[in-house]
Ligand binder design. Structure first.
Ligand code: G3P
Length: 349
């Protein structure tokens, strides 16, 4: 049997990873192709083979969870044209934000809005066509598609600005758990991961549900809820979370981490560096690793160091990640297929 460097590397990657096949998580749906967080974007991602779709969750004035990346909805809907007078300024997670906020609108008003593409360099052709979906509608789509395709499609909801929503008496988590419960998804084997950039809401959720939880990790800084702790209380910063001790702490309430991808393959002054120990250290304490965000737009490819989306996915799969958040599901699925074929060929005697 001939052993090549490539096969050794692939074997090492397998040892690093507790899962055989990395997940493709459709980040905001097939958001590279259609306006994000619309049923059309989720449906396209499912048709392209996503394992999970990712709805970010915010709340309406009357307590409904809707899928938007931000509670400021001016950037992704036509709210400015329809409700100009509702523009206001809010202090959210330490920053003053001007715009239109989900918590000022009833679900019925939200239903009158239409989604718009957020990024100027992506197609604007579908603007005005799609509604803002509720979390219920997202789950209904996923369950119908799972049945139609005879495969399990998961959901990966993110609680957005959790402390802020709690501070205005619209906490996200009770509604999230009640909704999961209604659809038979509030248990440890459900195809669900709940993610948050905050710590305390995940810690509280750990005592309330056995659904898998994922701690999101920024490159630096402090989670919004940790900034609110009293002086002297133990704060968990993003940089402390990625140390072995920090990962152990995260493991006490979460099942995985969702790190910014440069925490795995760092960039130093424009040069791509070797993988850090983050995947290995996370796996050592039993945490899955799902980095973000993989994007195929020219704008982002210039900074991904590979110039080619499939090479970037392969580098992260080689590094042992358990899944990737991608705006371009079709590219991620194709890259995974090629990577798995190469891995299997290398494993042949
Ligand atoms: O949700 C995983 C990761 O993408 C976090 O970023 O942009 O979705 O909040 P975002």
């Amino acid at each position: 049997m001939s052993i090549t460097v490539a096969s050794l590397l692939l074997s090492a990657a397998l040892l690093l990873s507790p899962t055989q096949t990395p997940l493709v998580i459709a980040h905001r749906g097939a958001s590279g192709e259609l306006p994000e967080h619309t049923l059309a974007a989720y449906a396209r991602a499912i048709a392209q083979g996503a394992d999970y779709i990712e709805p970010d969750l915010v709340m309406t004035k009357d307590g409904y969870l809707i899928a938007r990346h931000e509670n400021e909805i001016g950037g992704t809907t036509d709210v400015a044209q329809k409700f100009l007078e509702r523009k206001s300024v809010r202090l959210i997670d330490g920053q003053y934000i001007e715009g239109w906020f989900s918590e000022d609108f009833t679900l019925s008003e939200i239903r009158s809005l239409r989604a718009r593409e957020r990024l100027p360099f992506r197609s604007q052709a579908q603007n005005g066509q799609f509604r803002v979906p509720t979390f219920d509608e997202v789950i209904q789509l996923v369950q119908a598609q799972s049945k139609a395709q005879n495969r399990t499609i998961g959901i990966y909801p993110e609680t957005k600005h959790a402390s802020y929503f709690r501070s205005i008496a619209l906490p996200l988590e009770p509604a999230l758990l009640q909704t999961l419960q209604r659809y038979g998804l509030n248990h440890k084997d459900a195809p669900v991961y709940i993610q948050s950039f905050e710590v305390s809401n995940l810690q509280a959720l750990r005592t309330q549900t056995s659904v898998r939880l994922v701690q999101l990790i920024e490159e630096s800084g402090m989670p919004a809820d940790q900034m609110l702790l009293a002086p002297g209380e133990d704060m968990l910063s993003y940089s402390s979370m990625i140390t072995p001790a920090g990962l152990n702490q995260v493991r006490s309430y979460a099942d995985g981490i969702g790190p910014y991808k440069r925490l795995i393959l760092p960039d130093a002054g424009g040069r791509l560096m070797s993988p850090t120990n983050l995947v290995r250290d996370a796996h050592a304490v039993g945490l899955q690793v799902h980095p973000w965000t993989f994007r195929s737009d020219e704008t982002y490819l210039h900074e991904n160091h590979f110039g080619d989306p499939s090479a970037e996915y392969a580098a992260f799969f080689d590094a042992g990640v358990d899944g990737v958040f991608s705006d371009f599901t079709a590219h991620a699925v194709a890259a995974r297929k090629a990577w798995l074929a190469q891995r299997d060929a290398a494993a042949q005697p």
